[in-house]
Ligand binder design. Structure first.
Ligand SMILES: [Zn+2]
Length: 128
């Protein structure tokens, strides 16, 4: 996925075209994301008791990933993303305009690879 949560992106299509925001949430499978404070829609809420008096609430609506471009943290331009492999085989995103790394080397994710190996070997017990 070219765009990740926390990236700065520029909206290239739609009513908020040209505006820049930070990716708040992303659904890579759906190809959608939410940019903080952008692509707001007005939601009409029905009153639900004391805590929710109802009214109109502005909420970020999901955008298609294809409607945004990554903003390079170095040259501040909306750019296409390229990839570069380092010696250890790690993949980093690079800005195609200024060729600098978008992902900071060394700031690797500390996601532990969990191997879920549920052995569902059913013992075929044929107890007659
Ligand atoms: Zn750049």
């Amino acid at each position: 996925m070219k765009i990740k949560k926390g990236d700065r992106v520029k909206i290239i299509l739609g009513k908020d075209r040209g505006r820049i925001g930070v990716v708040k949430k992303i659904w890579p499978r759906k190809g959608k994301l939410i940019v903080e404070g952008l692509n707001l829609i007005k939601k009409h809420l029905k009153p639900r008791g004391k805590d929710q008096p109802g009214g109109i609430v502005e909420k970020e609506a999901p955008l298609w990933i294809s409607k945004v471009m990554l903003v390079c943290p170095h040259c501040q331009q909306a750019t296409r993303v390229g990839y570069q492999l380092d010696k250890t085989g790690d993949k980093y995103r690079i800005c195609k305009k200024c060729q600098s790394l978008i992902d900071r080397p060394g700031a690797k994710k500390t996601t532990k690879k969990r191997k879920i190996t549920k052995k569902t070997t059913k013992k075929n017990k044929k107890n007659s």
